[in-house]
Ligand binder design. Structure first.
Ligand code: MEV
Length: 424
């Protein structure tokens, strides 16, 4: 069998059907799976009305996003086509472009820690804090056992509650107990929340305090993913471009206003893959931004420097809590097919992919910002969007968009005028 490659030159020039055919060959999708993407508007194969009605409350319909495929990704020596669900122009193209440049020097090297989540129990009105801490430590085994009784399947897979940590907050105002749970291939919120609720009465008994909140922490700093890539200086446009890039990066290091936007760009990529794979992107967002501020100042989640040959090295590290089993991940048919396209079987591998995409997205944004600016890349699709807003259909969309680009006037009023001029 020939080696699969995510390097598909001209992918963007194909029709939607031709692209789907390429992806189907790559991921060996069957006819039913292909149909699921082709039947626009008919979601009977993704989530139907009944499933949607059971997923959330007060359902009136299903809301869709465009699903694109980022090409060129080579992560730990394996080729990936990356499904991204996102409404924003240029994100998919930018990720593909960054992955193409990273590929020149071997692509992304990524790693992820064990999939350990933290569950918190807040203990108030503890009469003797030091004695309580001692008693909790003595009851450690018992607490872990009670927690693990809640999820025998997870324990049988080698996961489950592994450790207890205790923190004092305020001037002895409260004790907070952390339950560390290896959630394996699930996102883990359900498992962890059940466990902390189960150990709370025992903690009250041991400490004489009142257990108030019992809930997972989204600052998942025991569930980190990292990715690194060397971006070839020639492929970037020369060493001057590397220097300009690093000057732009330094801005984010010094200024939280810039760092927020810098990290937003990272999350453009990470969220899009999280959504495509049915994961809770708000949890990842919360974890990412809290991690970015972990030393008291909000910082960029990526680091960049020049290697001895003048190439750019980039690195990202952040908490990524994603699952490949459980919850929406298992219910949503398109999310399942997206995982099949990725070829991922474990949460760890998915986390490594997300970290790599985050780094790629950030690299692409900084490269554009430090050279030609961000608007140039946006122009084409932006103009098409404006044309659609002005009522253009089919071939009219390209015609109106191209004219607006040529004139340098990409505005709704101009699109409307052109629609009138050209089509009456
Ligand atoms: C836009 O969605 C994301 C960027 O603003 C990110 C950045 O500025 O680094 C382009």
């Amino acid at each position: 069998m020939s080696q699969k490659s995510s390097r598909i030159p001209g992918f963007y020039k194909l029709t939607v059907e031709e692209r789907l055919e390429k992806v189907s060959q790559f991921a060996e999708l069957n006819e039913e799976e292909k149909l699921c993407f082709l039947k626009n508007g008919d979601l009977s194969l993704a989530i139907d009305k009944e499933i949607a009605d059971r997923m959330i409350e007060n359902v009136i319909g299903i809301y869709e996003l465009p699903l694109g495929i980022a090409t060129n990704f080579l992560i730990n020596g394996k080729d990936y086509l990356i499904p991204m669900a996102i409404e924003e122009t240029s994100v998919v193209a930018a990720a593909s472009n960054a992955a193409r440049i990273a590929r020149v020097r071997g692509g992304f090297e990524a790693e992820a820690s064990d999939q350990v989540m933290i569950g918190q129990v807040q203990l108030l009105h503890v009469p003797d804090i030091e004695k309580a801490i001692n008693n909790i430590l003595k009851a450690r085994e018992n607490l872990l056992e009670v927690a693990n009784r809640q999820d025998k399947v997870l324990v049988s897979l080698g996961g489950g509650a592994k450790d207890i940590e205790i923190r004092k907050l305020g001037e002895n105002e409260m004790l907070v107990v952390h339950l560390l749970v290896d959630v394996k291939d699930a996102m883990g919120a359900n498992a962890v929340n059940t466990m902390v609720e189960a150990i709370a009465p025992l903690l009250e008994e041991i400490t004489g305090g009142k257990a108030r909140l019992k809930i997972i922490s989204n600052l998942a700093d025991r569930r980190l993913a990292r990715a690194r890539a060397v971006f070839d200086k020639e492929a970037m446009g020369g060493e001057d471009v590397v220097d300009a890039f690093l000057e732009g990066y330094r801005f984010a290091l010094l200024d939280p206003y810039r760092a927020a936007t810098h990290n937003k760009g990272i999350m453009n990529g990470i969220d899009a893959v999280a959504i495509a794979t049915g994961n809770d992107w708000r949890a990842i967002e919360a974890g990412a931004h809290a991690y970015a501020a972990r030393d008291g100042t909000y910082k960029p989640l990526t680091r960049y420097w020049k290697d001895d040959d003048g190439n750019l090295v980039g690195e990202i590290e952040l908490p990524i809590a994603v699952g490949v089993v459980g919850g929406a991940v298992s219910i949503h048919k398109k999310a399942q097919i997206c995982r099949k396209i990725l070829g991922v079987k474990t949460a760890k591998e998915l986390a490594m992919i997300l970290a790599s995409v985050g780094l790629a997205q950030n690299f692409a944004a900084l490269l554009a910002l430090s050279t030609v600016g961000i608007q140039k890349g946006h122009m084409e699709l932006h103009a098409q969007n404006i044309a659609v807003m002005a009522g253009a259909k089919g071939d009219q969309i390209d015609e109106v968009a191209q004219r607006m680009i040529k004139e340098g006037k990409i505005r709704l009023d101009r699109a409307k005028e052109l629609m009138k001029e050209l089509y009456g």
